[in-house]
Design a binder for this molecule. Structure first.
Ligand SMILES: Nc1ncnc2c1ncn2[C@@H]1O[C@H](COP(=O)(O)OP(=O)(O)OP(=O)(O)O)[C@@H](O)[C@H]1O
Ligand SMILES: [Mg+2]
Length: 254
């Protein structure tokens, strides 16, 4: 039997008559904070090496979705499946998901006080699986190399974001989850981080980026998922959102 291109597309996108699951699949995920039902049946797929922009208004459930994927305790995952490279994340605890290659870079960046830049990176490599060498991280972010002996929490906001991403890469990452990486940063620093994210993508990293700066995220991303009140209201090409004023006004207020 000869497969048509469209058949391959179905396989890659995890279409219901697929023969092989997509690299990263979120299927009918429901998550709760206590009794508050927040993530209300979210499903999407990400292909290997793709960047997905996960967008939506304040309170739409973006951070909660990332946290559910990374398997942190709150919100509690009560329903659904999450698969990364054939591994069932939904059956795991956070440390197991991390060992499987899930790296969540949270909004507050969580740089560890009292440690230098280099010590923050070394700490990430204390347990296997180790990813990039510290030297390679400095090549991607020369500013971090220049400030290797400086205490991490004294870095500028942009440099702290670089350190948070560098720390993720210091582990063997298969799925990079970025929560508002551009938040509070000057446009010139946003551009610098954008450039490094493109470089990381060119190496084949699969990434989900949550951003209030939707235009910047859409320009970087291949595909976009829009959440509204804990549900998916759009799933398609990033360019489609850039081109669709109505969709942007309705769900992104841009
Ligand atoms: N720890 C928590 N306990 C209870 N409710 C929470 C908790 N964290 C978030 N929520 C609620 O869950 C909903 C979704 O929040 P979430 O942080 O996922 O939104 P978001 O899309 O990331 O928004 P933002 O763009 O403002 O970061 C909100 O109504 C929020 O108030
Ligand atoms: Mg958030």
């Amino acid at each position: 039997m000869t497969l048509l291109d469209t058949d391959y597309d179905k396989i890659r996108t995890g279409h219901k008559d697929r023969q092989e699951p997509a690299y990263f699949q979120v299927h009918a995920v429901e998550a709760y904070y206590g009794e508050s039902y927040i993530v209300q049946g979210v499903s999407f797929n990400v292909h290997e090496g793709e960047i997905l922009a996960l967008l939506g208004r304040n309170g739409a459930g973006k951070t909660s979705t990332l946290r559910a994927i990374a398997r942190v305790d709150n919100p509690a995952l009560r329903h659904g499946e999450i698969w990364l490279d054939h591994q069932p994340l939904h059956k795991m605890k956070a440390h197991q998901a991390s060992a499987c290659g899930v790296a969540l870079v949270p909004e507050d960046r969580r740089i560890i006080p009292g440690l230098t830049v280099e010590e923050n990176l070394q700490l990430a490599q204390i347990a296997p699986p180790v990813g990039w060498s510290i030297q390679r991280i400095y090549e991607l972010f020369p500013r971090l190399g220049e400030r290797r002996k400086q205490e991490g929490v004294t870095l500028s906001g942009g440099e702290q974001q670089m350190l948070a991403i560098g720390r993720a890469l210091a582990r063997d990452v298969k799925l990079l989850l970025l929560d508002e990486p551009y938040e509070g940063l000057a446009p010139v620093i946003v551009q610098e981080i954008e450039r490094t994210l493109k470089e990381i993508k060119s190496l084949g990293m699969t990434t989900v980026i949550v951003e209030q700066n939707a235009i910047a995220a859409l320009k970087l991303a291949d595909r976009a998922v829009i959440l509204d009140m804990g549900q998916v209201v759009f799933d398609g090409a990033a360019q489609e959102v850039l081109d669709n004023t109505k969709l942007r006004e309705e769900y992104l207020a841009i």
